[in-house]
Design a protein around this ligand. Structure first.
Ligand code: F7E
Length: 329
């Protein structure tokens, strides 16, 4: 009997929260996993992206960036992947004015470069783009679904929406299996500390350990639909294995405020958050008239996906992990 060749996956943004969980998932189901990492990870001998510490020795690494479109194309031609997961890119919603051209150009041309290379060298490759609820932006309704009109309110959202249309165009014009996941906020112990969940879980842990006295935040009445990153990786994987290419909203359908988040995080360490939180205007953002909450019934129905981890457990897990990390530091 001839052993069947391993399926090959190419991941951009592999050192991030989502990319690292995806790499582990694909390795666990027998893929040959290729990752595009920025040049600086190759400049120091032995430097390993912290999120990839578990999977690093099993990965095939390629130096590249969204700005280097010829390099991306070369990587696709070399790897000839069966599946390509495009997760790389700027991930902060607030883009400084001076950085708008870079953010816009890298998200749009990176997506185009990958799809153009797939069309040219490996047209049967399945392509996934990490989209965002920020594509929808000023929503006319809540919750939002795949059919909700998009009115992005940031250059970040606008760039993701452009990527979404490039993927749709390649699907419709060239028959490429290209899909976009409209991802709502998703969190884990690997979340960057600039995002509000991790800022709060790390802050609660530091205050508990006496390393910090207060935590400065912006609008604590802001509402978000927070899910669990590994659950969203499961959704992404299902979208790529589907019978037909379709875009889906990936969300929990439940909106919560930053206050709810504070209650759970500080509750985990037995501290009253009101004694430590300071509101600072510099962290303030506009409140959406209609909050960004996703309706994921389509992916639940068509691909059998479900969010598994409740909000309180996600936040508790993050606080416990931050306590351990700070105790080790
Ligand atoms: O803000 C409020 C802030 O920065 C969440 C990215 O993955 O999800 C993420 O973007 C909420 C906002 O995430 C602070 O006003 C209050 O309403 O954690 P965040 P985000 O901007 O929603 C979307 C779906 C993406 O696609 C993005 O890539 O929390 N908030 N006080 C604060 N936020 C931060 N960061 N810091 C504060 O002090």
């Amino acid at each position: 009997m001839v052993a069947s060749a391993k399926r090959k996956a190419l991941i951009t943004g592999a050192s991030g929260q989502d990319g690292s969980y995806l790499a582990e998932k694909l390795l666990s189901v027998g893929y040959e996993v290729h990752c595009v990492l920025r040049n600086h990870w190759f400049e120091t001998e032995g430097l390993v992206p912290p999120n990839l510490s578990i999977s690093y020795d099993h990965l095939h690494l390629h130096a590249g960036s969204l700005e280097n479109v010829l390099g991306l194309s070369r990587i696709v031609r070399e790897v000839m992947p069966d599946e390509c997961y495009h997760l790389a890119g700027y991930s902060f919603v607030e883009v400084p004015f001076e950085e708008e051209p870079t953010v816009l150009a890298s998200l749009v041309s990176g997506t185009h470069a990958l799809l153009a290379a797939i069309r040219e060298f490996v047209p049967e490759c399945r392509f996934f783009l990490a989209g965002s609820s920020e594509m929808i932006g000023a929503a006319p309704e809540s919750p939002q679904s795949e059919t909700t009109a998009c009115r992005p309110r940031s250059i970040y959202g606008l760039s993701k929406l452009s990527g979404f249309h490039i993927a749709r165009f390649y699907r419709e014009k060239y028959g490429i299996y290209a899909v976009t996941g409209i991802l709502y906020n998703h969190e884990s112990v690997r979340r960057g500390t600039q995002f509000v969940t991790r800022k709060i879980t790390q802050g609660a842990a530091a205050i508990k350990l006496g390393r910090q006295k207060s935590l400065s935040l912006g609008n604590i009445d802001a509402v978000r639909d927070w899910g669990y990153a590994p659950d969203y990786i499961d959704a992404i994987y299902r979208m790529v294995q589907g019978d037909e290419p379709k875009d889906f909203v990936i969300a929990t359908g439940v909106g919560r405020t930053v206050r709810d988040l504070l209650e759970v995080a500080f509750g985990t360490v037995g501290i009253n958050w009101q004694d430590h939180v300071v509101i600072e205007p510099k962290f303030y953002r506009e409140i959406e008239a209609v909050p960004l909450i996703g309706d994921a019934r389509a992916i639940e129905l068509e691909l059998g996906w479900n969010a598994t981890k409740p909000f309180s457990e996600i936040i508790e897990e993050m606080v416990v992990s931050d306590l351990q990390l700070l105790q080790k530091a």
